[in-house]
Write a protein that binds this ligand. Structure first.
Ligand code: ACO
Length: 401
């Protein structure tokens, strides 16, 4: 399609498509998905193969720049990121001002946005070189913000990273290293987190990614565009579902484990309760990520020797839903977040941090989509509407109303 030919006046014709169920907003070469067949590819590589064979940082590079990096390219990319990982000490003052009870997603969003003030040149993306600088800056600083957000919540002193560690290893040690203690990385934990981050890394024009693209289309800076995406991700119908799933499974357990009762609630149209972690706007067969995550949850729990009763509740719920006409007719299957929380829990990550971990995984996807949007010189995003309000009427002064 010649996009420029579509940039003409609408001549008064407007498509009404609430929720953009059938409206494409852009052309993209990043992620391919087929919801009917349950297929997901990043830049032409199957998600199953990437989750099994690639490391997260390779996938970050692939999504953003379009090709898997050579060893040399990957080393340089990692070096550039590591050397941009210092966060201005004054950012700690902003973090200090938040109450401990603040939700980590709110804190992460504010700190990401604040980074623009501390790195004013990051908004200059007129050349590819300047764009690259902004990209490696945020890839370096974002994991620090993630770790600080969690440590603030847990009342721990703030850590910095180490240039001798890999990207994912570094995140873990920044999050979990205790004061005056060596932190020994557990390879099972590293591998599990690496896989989870890969599975979350991009998902074409989902709610948060569309938000990043539309915010960035006004030529707002990269960091604030990402902050908009973090806000959109926070909601329980999107990324917030991973926290909501665990809370739901805990509630079922606390209630005696009667999954049927909660299934009935989910089907009751007078009850706003939904089965969290079920259903997807695009996948109407199965979510390929959920298949991989379910298997990984089993393996991680077994490898770490953890018995988590909520895994059994989750499996029971899935089995019932797969046989229930309500869920079958509506094609509601477990999505990526149904089992991810069980893994995060096994890795020792607090429940309120789950969506922050999703944001860490989705960061490269948001960046890739934002970069593509800028390089394609896409026009400002500005949907239309069908006006259904009052027609023109005379103003009545306040004393006469
Ligand atoms: N539990 C019970 N019923 C559901 C659920 C659910 N989880 N999801 C959808 N339905 C029902 C709806 O009530 C509706 O029923 P109706 O046809 O009788 O009115 C029908 O299925 C279609 O649902 P919609 O809301 O129209 O589907 P939509 O594509 O707009 O929403 C969404 C998709 C938001 C993911 C939805 O399935 C949902 O709320 N799921 C629970 C939250 C969740 O897990 N979100 C994470 C999604 S994955 C991600 O963002 C990473």
């Amino acid at each position: 399609i010649d996009i420029s030919s579509l940039r003409t006046s609408t001549d008064g014709v407007i498509t009404l498509d609430p929720g953009f169920k059938n409206t494409g907003s852009c052309e993209s070469a990043i992620t391919f998905l087929d919801g009917e067949k349950g297929i997901l590819h990043y830049r032409g590589y199957g998600i199953e193969e990437l989750a099994e064979k690639a490391h997260f940082l390779e996938v970050v590079y692939l999504l953003i720049f379009g090709e898997l990096p050579t060893e040399k390219e990957l080393d340089k990319f990692h070096y550039d990121i590591q050397h941009q990982s210092i966060v201005d000490e004054d950012v700690k003052k902003i973090l200090d001002a938040f109450p401990k009870s603040a939700h980590p997603m709110g804190v992460l969003c504010s700190l990401t946005s604040a980074l623009t003030a501390f790195n004013p040149t990051s908004v200059d993306v007129r050349s590819e070189e300047a764009m690259y600088k902004s990209i490696v800056k945020i890839l370096g600083k974002f994991p620090v913000l993630v770790a600080w957000t969690m440590r603030k919540k847990m009342g721990l002193p703030l850590n910095y990273g180490s240039t001798s560690l890999g990207y994912v290893e570094n995140v873990l040690q920044m999050m979990f290293r205790q004061p005056n203690e060596e932190y020994t990385l557990n390879p099972i934990v590293v591998e599990a987190l690496d896989k989870l981050l890969i599975l979350h890394a991009d998902h074409e024009q989902n709610c948060s990614t569309s938000t990043v693209r539309i915010a960035g289309s006004s030529h707002a800076g990269l960091f604030v565009s990402l902050a908009s995406g973090i806000s959109a991700l926070w909601g329980p119908l999107h990324g917030g579902a991973n926290q909501a799933v665990i809370e739901m499974l805990e509630a079922i357990k606390a209630d005696g484990g009667d999954t049927k009762k909660f299934m009935a609630k989910a089907k009751d149209k007078n009850d706003p309760f939904r089965l969290m972690g079920f259903g997807h706007r695009v996948y109407k067969n199965f979510d390929p990520r959920a298949k991989i995550i379910k298997k990984a949850a089993d393996e991680v729990l077994a490898d770490l020797g953890i018995e988590d009763p909520i895994l059994e509740i989750a499996k029971g719920l899935e089995k019932e839903a797969l046989e229930d006409p309500y869920f079958v007719e509506r094609k509601l299957y477990p999505n990526v977040d149904f089992y991810s929380g069980i893994i995060y829990r096994a890795l020792g990550i607090p429940t309120e941090m789950f969506t922050v971990m999703f944001a860490l995984g989705r960061l490269p996807g948001w960046i890739a989509q934002w970069r593509e949007m800028r390089l394609n010189k896409e026009p400002i995003g500005r949907p239309r509407q069908i006006y259904i309000g009052e027609t023109l009427r005379p103003f009545i002064p306040v004393e006469k109303r």
